[in-house]
Every structure is written in C-alpha cells, then in structure tokens.
Write a protein that binds this ligand. Structure first.
Ligand code: ADP
Ligand code: ADP
Length: 226
C-alpha cells in the first residue's frame, strides 16, 4: 500500500477561495518525496488536510491504506508532522515537550524519556532538555519539532518547509538527519520552494501551482528536462 494516496482533493476556503482544485498524488512507501511549489501554491493546505488540521471540501486521503474520514486515529498514529509555525508551549522544558507528546500516544514516561534521549541526542538537543523551549534559537526550535514528530515512531514524517530561515550549515545537518530517518525505513514528505533542497534529498517529486499538480515524476526525469 502507498504511504500516501490522494484522490480528487479539493479545498475551498470559507471566503470562497479555491486553494486546491482536484489533486491526485501517490507516494510509495519508503519514499523521500518533495512537494515543490511557489508561495501560495497550496502546499500547506495539502499538509493541513493530511494532518487533519484543515477540513477538505472533497476528495479522498489514505495513509498506508487508512482512510482519513473513517480511520482518523490510525492515520494520526501513522504520521509525524513538523509544521511551519512553532506550535509548542515555549514555557515548557524541551524534554517535557517531547515526552508529553509521546503521552498523547499512550507511551509510558520511561519509554518516552528513552526515545526523547535518542531523538534529542541525534539532533544535538539532549543537553538542552531542562531548558525552557523559549530559550532555544530558531534552528533549535525547528529540531525540537522534528524530535517531537518522531517520538511515536510514525511510518510517515511530513515536514512543511523544514529549512525555511535555517542557515546553510544547520540545513546540511538537518538534511543528513532526515536521510538517516529515511534509511531507517520511514517515508518522508517535505514541502519546499527550493528546487535545490528537493534535488539534494528527494527521489520523487510533485510540483504544485495554483492548487493543481502540474508535474509528478522522479527527480532524475525532472532534472533531465530542465
Ligand atoms: P503554500 O503553502 O504553497 O504557500 P497555502 O496552502 O498556504 O500555500 O495557500 C494556498 C492559497 O490559499 C494561498 O493563495 C493562500 O493565500 C490561500 N489561503 C490559505 N489559507 C487560507 C484561508 N484560511 N482562507 C483563505 N485563503 C487561504
Ligand atoms: P519530572 O517530575 O518532570 O520528572 P524532575 O524534577 O524529575 O521533573 O526533572 C526535572 C527536569 O529533568 C525535567 O523537566 C526534565 O527536563 C528532566 N528529566 C526528568 N526526567 C528525566 C529523565 N528520565 N531523563 C532525562 N531527563 C529527565
């Protein structure tokens, strides 16, 4: 089964704006997949629907065969998401943010701390576990959100513009980390408006523009036609 299958996805916002005009997308399991497009194309809207933060107007979404409408809990368990905006309580300690997230999935605190140590450690944040999240730099906050998204060990990791505003050195280390996550067998979908980022990381790519998929191919084939 596909990691993600989207059929005929439409989204019309309350003000009448049609952000998605019938999207079809299939992401194979194990993929490192880029959804590339300019600002306003519909990337965040698509991610928001998959992660059930935004209601769709029409269409079907399945994650590892689980239907978003009928099997929401299974879909949520299968996905870890790194949104564009920082959305954690900045007055909580870094370690607690990751451990409490594990709690939402019914993971016991001992096991949650073990996983927090693993993921925060890999991301260079374990020494910061007692610090308030608000004391972290922007790049550290981004890495904290990645650790938090992985703590329930989802099969699919979705990142919305993960390296926006991140300096080049940190960007490279985040790329390496994500490649390791993908090698561990997790599927990854990221949105970006940098072709370079997609090119560096992703074997498959879809290009979205004005709410439509205008290209859905391999990175190799795309680069050959440029
Ligand atoms: P991207 O992530 O590719 O930059 P978005 O999915 O955020 O694009 O937005 C797609 C389009 O939908 C944009 O034109 C944006 O202005 C519009 N949009 C986003 N959210 C809303 C909303 N809540 N109400 C109306 N229009 C919206
Ligand atoms: P708590 O009651 O939340 O466990 P503690 O006083 O034991 O609080 O711990 C203080 C801080 O130490 C916590 O906020 C957390 O950042 C960190 N911490 C707590 N338990 C662990 C653990 N098992 N492993 C690593 N760090 C921990």
């Amino acid at each position: 089964t596909a990691a993600l299958e989207i059929r005929g996805l439409h989204k019309t916002y309350r003000n009448g704006f049609e952000a998605l005009k019938g999207i079809d997308l299939t992401v194979a399991p194990g993929s490192f997949f880029a959804l590339l497009g300019p600002n306003g194309a519909g990337k965040s809207t698509t991610i928001g629907i998959i992660t059930s933060l935004i209601n769709k107007t029409a269409g079907a979404v399945r994650v590892f065969g689980h239907d978003l409408d009928r099997e929401l809990q299974e879909v949520k368990r299968s996905i870890g998401v790194v949104p564009q905006e920082f959305n954690f309580n900045t007055f909580e300690p870094v370690g607690e943010i990751v451990v409490n997230q594990a709690g939402y999935y019914g993971i016991a605190r001992g096991e949650a701390w073990r996983r927090a140590q693993h993921y925060l450690g890999e991301l260079g944040l374990w020494d910061k576990r007692r610090d308030m999240a608000r004391t972290l730099s922007g790049g550290m906050k981004r890495r904290l959100m990645i650790a938090r998204a992985l703590v329930h060990e989802p099969r699919l990791l979705i990142l919305d513009e993960p390296t926006a505003g991140v300096d080049i050195e940190l960007r490279r280390s985040m790329w390496e980390f994500l490649q390791d996550v993908n090698r561990d067998g997790r599927s990854i979908i990221l949105t970006t408006h940098y072709l370079e980022e997609a090119e560096r990381l992703c074997r498959s790519i879809a290009i979205i523009d004005h709410g439509r998929i205008v290209e859905n191919t391999t990175m190799k084939a795309l680069l050959a036609q440029l």
